[in-house]
Design a protein around this ligand. Structure first.
Ligand SMILES: Cc1cc2nc3c(=O)[nH]c(=O)nc-3n(C[C@H](O)[C@H](O)[C@H](O)COP(=O)(O)OP(=O)(O)OC[C@H]3O[C@@H](n4cnc5c(N)ncnc54)[C@H](O)[C@@H]3O)c2cc1C
Length: 552
């Protein structure tokens, strides 16, 4: 492979990389090389939806990053899983499918990402989705016919989830029929990227059909170490494949889809980033772009755990005989508790009527568990459930910074949580909304005790201390190579091209101008679906070549 040339090289076969590879190879005209650091996703516990907990800390599938001690979280070092496997984080994520709220995308436009408004992006969601749901009579119904299966599994979800929906109704929140496409306040059953009882990752949806095309080559277990250039035009990448160091060339473009942690790291290793930082690691700056790595946003959530007097999923998964029965049922029918992700119900809420749009996302998992010191979930044997809440649109921004010039070193992740009063107030609103839900009759009637934090803790300041002691990322880092209007305030232009460099784009969650209100897998795949169209359009119109002037 050393020295070979492809029209396009994509770095990273994650949520974005797989969707992009599909779009770029569809017409058969372009040769595409997709390079992935991890290995095969053909693993039982990746495909079985309940396997989420098993993969969560598996070093063979996961980069297993840790953020730096976070001052706002009592100096804690928070675990940051990221998929290192075909399918990337979509192969290890919790499968909740949420597009995001309309204002998220309209706000992207006001941050300089022209052409990414809700009206502009909505058709791309519809194009990639295939919804499997039921009509009012319970008969199966399909909406749209894209490759990504989004299933309504509410008929298999734990009956305890209905209590949550009733409690939300008692608090005055409306039910939302399809939470994946929520555009306003509402609670309901989460839709899941599951196809016939198996995870439907970006690799399953997009890469599997694309692999049958002769113009796509996929190389796994290969780590890209830097981008190669002629002048200020990207010409290929240097990579490590087992013990060999190789270079491959891109006739048209190099596209980074290595995710929000690794895309900025690769730009910085390649001399694109804040000049002072690069020089401090002995890297000659090729393009002084101060925002590379900056702009990091994420969702920080708090969970309260409850013991229940009514049965929950703990009655099945926490006990040997019911677990065996569920396993047999799953193996014979692909249905039942093992075929359903743990994020079952929740929604988008306005914490008070003064909020113009939903400001909090909530979850109720009909299962109580906590993390072992190694990061593995430990199930409670007694029935329990958890209520979680997070601020939809934090405005704190952290950063990803090279630790050294050695590509093998994990970058420094500074989450910079709760850096603004807006976010600290959001944390307090999260605590209030959890209390309000737990006090609603349908839940209060089945709560035996609150396990964590301890029941005696009711003072808002003490609860806030507990928040700082336990809140965690829900794994939605974005915006570390964000789109915007110019090189002083962003990394990419609205067509995802790196400012000032030719033949180089970043297409993944790092390109979001700001984090969306909900889970980030859907908008990442949407962004890649649109990016493929833009890249082909630019090639067809010669726009990329003409505008290379911007790279000299
Ligand atoms: C544990 C967990 C649970 C989550 N749950 C949900 C959920 O329920 N719903 C939801 O919507 N979102 C969820 N998310 C978030 C969502 O999965 C991510 O936002 C999304 O997958 C990001 O896609 P991406 O393409 O930006 O990056 P990724 O999917 O992470 O892809 C990046 C890929 O690039 C590869 N790569 C990186 N560096 C290199 C290199 N140097 N050389 C070669 N390859 C490289 C990686 O191995 C990886 O495969 C979760 C994430 C995690 C980690």
């Amino acid at each position: 492979m050393d020295g070979s040339i492809f029209d396009y090289i994509i770095v990273g076969a994650g949520s974005a990389g797989c969707a992009l590879a599909e779009g770029l190879t569809r017409d058969g005209r372009n040769s595409v090389l997709l390079i992935e650091a991890g290995g095969s996703d053909r693993k039982f516990w990746i495909k079985v939806p309940i396997g989420y907990g098993v993969n969560f800390a598996n070093p063979r599938l996961n980069w297993g990053y840790h953020a730096e001690p976070d001052p706002a979280l009592n100096g804690r070092v928070v675990y940051w899983p990221r998929g290192r496997v075909i399918g990337g984080s979509s192969s290890i994520n919790a499968m909740a499918y949420v597009r995001g709220l309309p204002q998220d995308f309209d706000d992207w436009v006001s941050q300089g990402a022209e052409g990414w408004s809700w009206e502009a992006v909505r058709p791309a969601f519809e194009q990639m989705e295939r919804h499997l749901e039921r009509d009012a009579e319970g008969r199966p119904r399909q909406r749209w016919d894209g490759p990504l299966w989004v299933s309504d599994l509410s008929d298999q979800m734990n009956p305890f989830s209905r209590r949550f929906l009733a409690a939300a109704g008692e608090c005055g929140w409306a039910q939302c029929e399809d939470l994946s496409a929520a555009t306003a306040e509402g609670v309901g059953y989460y839709r899941s990227t599951v196809r016939n009882g198996l995870r439907c990752s970006s690799a399953d949806a997009f890469l599997a059909p694309a692999r049958r095309r002769a113009n796509l080559k996929v190389v796994s277990q290969a780590v890209v170490e830097r981008i190669t250039f002629e002048g200020r035009r990207a010409t290929g990448v240097a990579l490590r494949l087992q013990d060999a160091r190789l270079s491959v060339r891109a006739g048209r473009e190099v596209i980074l889809s290595a995710g929000s942690v690794n895309s900025p790291k690769l730009l910085q290793l390649s001399g694109i980033g804040p000049a002072e930082l690069l020089k401090s690691h002995g890297i000659a700056p090729r393009q002084d772009l101060s925002e590379v790595g900056r702009g990091l946003q994420d969702h920080l959530a708090i969970s309260h755990l409850f013991r229940a007097t009514a049965p929950t999923l703990n009655n099945v998964l926490g006990r040997v005989a019911p677990r065996l029965w569920a396993g047999m049922r799953y193996l014979s029918t692909r249905r039942g508790p093992l075929g359903v992700p743990v994020n079952q119900v929740g929604g988008f809420l306005r914490s008070d009527p003064g909020q113009p749009v939903p400001d909090l996302q909530i979850y109720c998992n009909p299962l109580s568990y906590w993390s072992s010191p190694a990061g593995r979930p430990v199930l409670d044997r007694e029935p329990g459930f958890l209520l979680s809440a997070q601020l939809c649109r934090p405005d704190s921004r952290g950063e990803i910074v090279l630790r050294s010039a050695n590509p093998e070193d994990a970058p420094v992740i500074r989450a910079n949580s709760l850096a603004t009063e807006h976010d600290r107030d959001g944390a307090r609103r999260c605590l209030r909304i959890i209390d309000r839900l737990a006090a609603a009759p349908s839940l209060a009637g089945v709560v035996r005790e609150r396990l964590v934090p301890e029941p005696a803790m009711t003072d808002p300041e003490e609860l806030m201390n507990d928040y700082r002691a336990r809140a965690s990322t829900v794994f939605h880092p974005t915006s570390t190579c964000r789109m915007g209007s110019g090189p002083r305030t962003s990394v990419l232009d609205p067509r995802l091209r790196v400012h000032g460099i030719g033949g180089l784009r970043v297409v993944d969650s790092s390109a979001f101008p700001s984090v969306t209100s909900g889970n980030t897998n859907a908008p990442t795949m949407m962004l890649a679906t649109r990016a493929a169209e833009m890249i082909l359009e630019d090639a067809a119109t010669g726009r990329q070549e003409r505008e290379l002037a911007h790279a000299t």
